[in-house]
Design a protein around this ligand. Structure first.
Ligand code: AMP
Ligand code: TRP
Length: 344
C-alpha cells in the first residue's frame, strides 16, 4: 500500500539530529556519514538540527546556542554540502511546531506512552517530565511530513518513532479521506546502525552517557581516540574468522563493526585479516583507522567553528529554502482539516 501512495510524491529525504550534546562516532556512522552519501540527484536531501526536540529536556540557553552551531559544523565537516542539501535548524521554520500541533490532534496518547525512548528518558518520573518529552514523536512526524519526505535515514534506535510517523500519516489520510502524506520509508542500513558503548556492549553509544570513556566524540583529538579504544572493554579470546562466531561477544562484535563501517568493508572482510589475533593487535589497528577517518572531520569542524557568522548565514539560507517547501504543505494540511483560511 505504501508503494502506491508514495509513487505520487517526489523522492525527498529528511533527517535530523538533536543538538543536545557533542556528536559521537555513533552519530557519525549511523547518521552523518550516510546523510552525506545520500546527496546527489536521485532525491532532494533536507537535514535539520532539531533544537525544538533538544529542549524537551532542560538545556542551558548559552550552551544550547553553541551546540546548534557545533552540530551545523559537524554536518558540514562530515560532508553535508549546503549547496546540495538544505541544512537548517528546526526552530527557524515555524511550520514544524504548527504541524506538530495538528498531529497532536491526530496521534493518540497511548501511542506516546508506548515509545521506548520516552520510557527510557522518563524512567520512574513519568508525571514530572515535560509534556514535550511525551509529545516528542508528534513533532518528529511533523518534521518529516511537513516536507512529505519519502525516506528517512536514521540509526536503529529511531525505528519505533518512524513507525509512529507512518501511523500518523495513515490515520490522517484515512480520517480525512485523502492521500496527502506519504508512508515514509525508514532507511536503517549498513553495519553501524547501532554503535555500542565502549564500556558496555549492551548499551548504545550516546552523547548523554555520563562516562566520556564510553564514546568517541567528533571533537576528540587523536591521542584521546587511541586511548579510549585501548581502554575499550573486550574479552581475552582471539578474533574468529567470521562474524557468526561473535554472537555472544557484544564488545568484540561492536569494535569489528566500527572498523568495518570506518573502512567501508564488510565485518567478515575485516575478520579475514585479523583471524586468530587478539585485541592487543586489533585495537591499535582500529585506533589508526578511526583517527584517519575522524581527524579530517575534527579539523574541518574547528575551521567552521572559527567563523560562527558564516555558520549562521548558511543556516539562515537553509531555513528560507526549507520554509519554501514546508509552508505550502502546512497550508494545504490546514485546508484539509477545515481550518478557515482568511489570509492570502
Ligand atoms: P540523536 O543523537 O539521538 O539525535 O541521534 C541522531 C541520529 O544518530 C539518529 O539517526 C540516531 O539513530 C543516530 N544515532 C545516535 N546514536 C547512535 C549510535 N550509537 N549508533 C548508530 N546511530 C546512532
Ligand atoms: N528523534 C531523533 C533522535 O533522537 C531526532 C529527530 C527529530 C529526527 N526529528 C527527526 C530524525 C526527523 C529523523 C527525522 O535521534
Amino acid at each position: 500500500m505504501s508503494d502506491q501512495i508514495n509513487a505520487q510524491f517526489r523522492p525527498r529525504i529528511f533527517s535530523g539530529i538533536q543538538p543536545s550534546g557533542g556528536l559521537t562516532l555513533g552519530n557519525y556512522l549511523g547518521a552523518l556519514k550516510r546523510f552525506a552519501a545520500l546527496q546527489g540527484d536521485k532525491a532532494e536531501t533536507i537535514y535539520c538540527i532539531v533544537d525544538l526536540h533538544a529542549i524537551t529536556v532542560w538545556q542551558d540557553p548559552e550552551v544550547l546556542r553553541a551546540r546548534i552551531r557545533e552540530a551545523a559544523a559537524a554536518f558540514m565537516a562530515a560532508g553535508v554540502d549546503p549547496a546540495q542539501s538544505i541544512l537548517f535548524n528546526q526552530s527557524q521554520v515555524s511550520a514544524h511546531a504548527e504541524m506538530a500541533w495538528l498531529f497532536n490532534t491526530v496521534a493518540r496518547v497511548g501511542w506516546m506512552y508506548r515509545m521506548t525512548q520516552f520510557k527510557d528518558k522518563a524512567g520512574k518520573n513519568t508525571e514530572n517530565v515535560s509534556l514535550g518529552l511525551l509529545a516528542y514523536p508528534a513533532l518528529m512526524a511533523a518534521d518529516i511530513l511537513t516536507y512529505q519526505a519519502t525516506a528517512v535515514p536514521v540509526g536503529e534506535d529511531q525505528k519505533q518513532h518512524l513507525e509512529l510517523t507512518r501511523d500518523i500519516a495513515a490515520k490522517f489520510n484515512h480520517d480525512y479521506g485523502v492521500e496527502h502524506f506519504p508512508i515514509t520509508e525508514p532507511l536503517i542500513e549498513g553495519v553501524a546502525t547501532r554503535v555500542m558503548s565502549l564500556r558496555d556492549g549492551s548499551k548504545k553509544m550516546s552523547k548523554s552517557d555520563p562516562s566520556d570513556a564510553s564514546r568517541i566524540n567528533l571533537t576528540d583529538d587523536a591521542d584521546t581516540i587511541a586511548q579510549k579504544i585501548r581502554k575499550a572493554r573486550t574479552d581475552a579470546e582471539p578474533l574468529p574468522g567470521q562474524m557468526d562466531a561473535l554472537k555472544d561477544r557484544p564488545e568484540a562484535k561492536n569494535l569489528v563493526n566500527i572498523y568495518a563501517a570506518l573502512t567501508d568493508e564488510t565485518p567478515d572482510q575485516v575478520l579475514a585479516r585479523f583471524e586468530g589475533q587478539g585485541f592487543g593487535a586489533f585495537k591499535p589497528a582500529l585506533a589508526e583507522v578511526a583517527v584517519e577517518a575522524l581527524s579530517p572531520i575534527t579539523r574541518r569542524m574547528a575551521e567552521f567553528m572559527a567563523d560562527p557568522a558564516q555558520i549562521d548565514a548558511i543556516l539562515a539560507d537553509g531555513s528560507a529554502r526549507a520554509d519554501a517547501v514546508a509552508t505550502p504543505i502546512l497550508e494545504r494540511t490546514k485546508d484539509i482539516m477545515g481550518l478557515l483560511r482568511t489570509r492570502a
